[in-house]
Design a protein around this ligand. Sequence first.
Ligand code: GLU
Length: 444
Amino acid sequence: MKVRFAPSPTGYLHIGNARTALINWLFAKAAGGAFLLRMDDTDAERSTDAFADGIREDLAWLGLTWDEEASQAARLGRYAEVGAALAASGRLYACYETPDELEYKRRRQRARGLPPVYDREGLTLSAERRAELEAEGRAPHWRFRLDHADTAWDDLVRGPQSYHGGHLSDPVVRRADGTWLYMLPSVIDDADFGVTHVIRGEDHVTNTAVQIQMFQALGAAVPVFGHVPLITGPGGAGMSKREGSQAVRDFRAEGIEAAPMLAMLATLGTAEAADPRADRNALVAGFDIRHFGRSQPQFDPAELAMLNARYLHGLEFAAARAGLAAAGLGAADEAFWLAVRANLGRFADAREWWAVIHEPLAPRIEDAEVCAAAAAALPPEPWDETAWSALAEAAKAATGKKGRALFHPLRLALTGRENGPELKLLLPMIGRARAFARLMGETA
Ligand code: GLU
């Protein structure tokens, strides 16, 4: 069993592509199959090495490892060879119309109430006529001759599907300049690499009948197909891969971690709830392609941000170290992590609490009496979690204040902020000298 993920390196991996990659990866892992990464880079003008590297990097960041890699640009000789064989057997044929001529034909068909299906003029050209056209300087483009029969498949997601070849134009597979369109090279690759399952976005469902006929023309086994609905933005808005904000690396730069992103992508479009703490093995164990529905799921970046926060809130220190280090907090210890994790939306937010503990800040004195009473009652160090209750109790006894009237001024003085991690956890890290100065209204 082998699946493939076939991005075009004409841009960075966006969230929709990442989902297709993940579904393929989970499908392969759940069945003990192999995962092929194929760069669909026949478009030499728009494909770049930098985008291909970026896609590999993003897949690796997500942990979607591949067993094998291929590049279409490296296989042009193979496509030419197969193309020649298909031309010899009459499945590819040369056409000479210019784009304007084709447009004129379509307009005439529409005016007569006919569907704009290619009239196969190329098939009827005599050898003399072809020679004449070539003498005019026209180079042929090539079309695949479809069988005018029903082509059916049982889609893993959509169930039984069928298209009649007579309703479709014979697709152009090779342009007059010799470059290949996506359709046939993809089939040649899937056949040569032994791909058994093609799982991809619904935008390709109309290609499938054509591609099945191509597999048959090559004498190759037809893979199983599955087409998952494309995701949309909140409110059903379109998600274009050209929107930079949908790039996996942009979410990453904003502090989204791989685990919550995977959890969200694995469950989007299913009835399952995303569990950001599920590791990859759990995702594999829970995966079933039949869980994906037919309607277009909505991807909401705000939900991803929430999952990210939930992920951090439950993260053990050992698993948090790398993220802390990447946020410039390589010196953070477990006590710090456990104190602050519930207040984070992303690792970088921890910097604020690190600064509250380790850097001078201007305290905000809302109630000098409460603060002075607390300062006078600071127990000697070393401090543990009981230091906080000792000073709060003393301030309460001295001033008669309690509840918010007691805690709010103390928090403002000690941290300069309205809200934050539990003071009993922060206070031992802030330390006696700094706590005293802040309670007395000094920058410390
Ligand atoms: N390169 C194509 C795309 O990104 C691949 C389609 C397919 O999976 O067959 O849309």
